[in-house]
Design a protein around this ligand. Structure first.
Ligand code: ATP
Length: 232
């Protein structure tokens, strides 16, 4: 589904954020990306979401080199990737309901369907009672959850999340991780950058460890050594 082949990213100004990264994330797989602040986690996610371009190497999405996509193919790729970033970029003059509904409105879904799906998504993140509020009236954690509802509403096959539990208390973090697990069990490919090692450990999923722009560990890959579900 997602494949990095010897990818490096150097930002203007000289920072080498990623150095010769190679890994694959299969269709329907779930993995965490962890590592110190500045290790390159956000950069890696941005390269998948086409928010940044690699300086070297290739990022493949469903077998296609995203660096070589024609301009008109980019919106198609973006629709297939749900993105949850730390700055959730809500429209502050639009109600929670409309913020979440936005991707479906753009896709031309009927209002009846939009209403049903927005309510289901808000229910999933525990915000059904806040649909008429405006984002500035919500706490940081609540705004983050609106961002999650908006990212999953169009049912994209891939979900990328950058520190999705950063502003949440432990109970809510655990609940949200359960939501990600459920989405993964329904076939969504999920990649989550997180510092929350306790939570990550408890979930028993694959973990990619980044250090100074390199992958220094890849633990618990499905079908990989020690996973218990390989053929051998
Ligand atoms: N737009 C940019 N321009 C220049 N340097 C950047 C830019 N974005 C990130 N960097 C640098 O690239 C390196 C990796 O940053 P990145 O945000 O990917 O790390 P991270 O692992 O996500 O960190 P954190 O956990 O703090 O979010 C850092 O040294 C950072 O300063």
């Amino acid at each position: 589904m997602i494949s990095f082949q010897n990818v490096s990213k150097r930002y203007p100004g000289g920072v080498h954020a990623l150095n010769d990264i190679s890994f694959e994330l299969g269709r329907g797989e779930m993995a965490f990306l962890t590592g110190r602040s500045g290790a390159g986690k956000s950069t890696l996610l941005k390269l998948i979401a086409l928010l940044e371009r690699p300086s070297r190497g290739q990022v493949l999405f469903e077998g296609r080199n995203v660096g070589k996509l024609a301009r008109r193919q980019i919106p198609y790729l973006r629709r297939r990737i749900g993105v949850i970033f730390q700055d959730h970029r809500m429209l502050s003059d639009k109600r929670v309901f409309d913020n979440v509904a936005l991707p479906l409105m753009i896709a031309g879904v009927s209002f009846g369907d939009i209403k049903r799906r927005v309510r289901a998504a808000l229910d999933k993140v525990g915000l059904l009672d806040k649909e008429k509020m405006y984002p500035p009236m919500l706490s940081g954690g609540e705004q983050q959850r609106v961002g999650i509802a908006r990212a999953i509403i169009a049912r994209p096959p891939v979900l990328l999340a950058d520190e999705p539990t950063g502003n949440l208390d432990p109970a809510l973090s655990a609940e949200l991780m359960d939501t990600f697990l459920q989405l993964n069990q329904s076939g969504v490919t999920v990649l989550i950058a997180s510092h929350d090692l306790e939570l990550i450990k408890r979930l028993g999923q694959r973990v990619l460890v980044l250090d100074d722009g390199r992958i220094v560990d890849d633990v618990g890959r499905r079908g990989g050594p020690g996973s218990g579900d390989s053929d051998g």
